[in-house]
Design a protein around this ligand. Structure first.
Ligand code: FAD
Length: 396
């Protein structure tokens, strides 16, 4: 396990262990050699990056959170963050495509049976299969409890009916973790989670949806029409789906926040380089305070974003409640990515608006962080709820 050797601390410790630094270095090196040179190509083609996925699999940068006993690395959330930031620095579309398995397996990690893990994890790790996470529906995104897909018990099976949308990696997925209502009248307590195989009769996937950014991370609709799912594919207990989804968010949001930090950092680096080279009125534009202060603000955001993502991850790894910190990190890092990429385009002037320069893509890619894994407004709603929870306890 990677994190076993993390140094013992007697006080506040803001340093990564040697193993974590090595993992970060591995990811940085991989990102610069294998992802960065291909980012523009995949952005234009919208193909799913199979070749990069298999290379990343060889060096252990995908399926990281699957436990060692099932062939994975057994990485903790902080380690996922380190890799997410580095890969997203190079291309957040490719990074999202590659890391999706780590989101989709979370329900199994949290509540799956040993038999389910043995049945599915080796197919991801050894066979290189893809799993997608199916929550959102055409009429229910933020309102998770409002999903309409049903799972009706029939003997030893459940019959699934419904439609999911914006499902990342669905066009290439072999398996899906699907949330459905086992008790449509039961509100959030009527929701359950299932593993559904793409080959089951009645499962179909739309063409990739056309979207603004992160083109390599194809997303599609997934339809379930009288799909017979064995009862042994129920993850956890019937009715636990909503609770499970909330637990998933606490672990999935820190790596998403870290990926957004990677985009914010990339925007900063591009802007610093350009502003140091581009001259106007006889001097590098970085020397104009209006530009220099923009760069300084970008640097501040990267530093704060990383600290927030890491703290939310670290709390999860300590087995501590991190709902508030994960929401804070997700909201802040998403805004940091958006603002830094907007500012980078501004620093580049007309060239920032051109597809010939990298920052236009960064800006398109960044927007999604304010939307998926819970919108920024939803993160703020969680923060408000947590404020009053803490206030009732007398502390902030
Ligand atoms: C590229 C992409 C990839 C995605 N990948 C996946 C995936 O793999 N799996 C998956 O399940 N989903 C995925 N999603 C879906 C994503 O999680 C949802 O789009 C998101 O949660 C928002 O839901 P919605 O689109 O239905 O918007 P809505 O819920 O309709 O929200 C619309 C607007 O209303 C605001 N709003 C809604 N409720 C409130 C509230 N209570 N308070 C304040 N404001 C509110 C929102 O913040 C937003 O601004 C993906 C989406 C995209 C675009």
């Amino acid at each position: 396990m990677l994190h076993d050797t993390m140094a013992e601390s007697t006080g506040l410790q803001l340093e990564l262990s040697e193993e974590m630094r090595m993992l970060q270095e591995l990811a940085r090196d991989f990102a610069r050699k294998e992802i960065l040179p291909r980012a523009d190509e995949y952005d234009r083609s919208g193909e799913w990056p199979w070749d990069i996925f298999h290379k990343a699999r060889e060096v252990g940068l995908v399926n990281m959170n699957i436990p060692e006993e099932y062939g994975g690395l057994g990485a903790n959330v902080l380690e996922e963050c380190l890799v997410a930031e580095e890969l997203a620095y190079a291309c957040s579309g490719i990074q999202t495509a590659l890391m999706l398995n780590q989101l989709a397996v979370l329900p199994l990690l949290l509540a799956g049976s040993d038999e389910q893990k043995k049945r599915y994890f080796p197919r991801l790790v050894d066979e290189g299969k893809i799993m997608s996470y199916c929550m959102t529906e055409p009429d229910a995104g933020s309102d998770v409890a409002g999903i309409k897909t049903t799972a009706t018990r029939k003997g030893d099976s459940y019959i699934l009916n419904g439609a999911k949308t914006w499902i990342t990696d669905a066009p290439v997925a072999s398996f899906f973790t699907v949330f459905a209502k086992t008790d449509p009248e039961g509100g959030h307590k009527g929701m359950s989670c299932f593993i559904v195989e793409r080959d089951y009769p009645g499962v179909s996937v739309s063409k990739p949806l056309e979207k603004m950014g992160q083109h390599a991370a194809q997303a599609a609709m997934v339809f379930f029409e009288e799909v017979e799912v064995p009862a042994s594919n129920l993850v956890g207990r019937e009715g636990d789906g909503f609770m499970l989804a909330m637990q998933v968010f606490d672990r999935s949001r820190p790596p998403v926040a870290a990926a957004a930090t990677g985009v914010a950092r990339r925007a900063l680096d591009e802007a610093v380089k350009y502003a140091g080279e581009r001259t106007a009125f006889g001097q590098p534009i970085a020397q104009f305070q209006g530009v220099g202060f923009m760069l300084a603000d970008m640097r501040i955001r990267v530093e704060a974003a990383r600290a927030l993502a890491w703290k939310a991850a670290w709390l999860a790894d300590q087995g501590r409640r991190n709902t508030l910190e994960a929401a804070i990190a997700k909201a802040f890092c998403a805004d940091a990515a958006m603002q830094n990429t907007l500012d980078a385009v501004q620093v580049f002037g007309g060239n920032g608006y051109s597809r010939e320069y990298p920052v236009e893509k960064l800006m398109r890619d960044a927007k999604i962080y304010q939307i998926y894994e819970g919108t920024t407004q939803i993160q703020k709603a969680i923060i408000v709820r947590e404020l009053y929870r803490d206030a009732r306890r007398g502390s902030q």
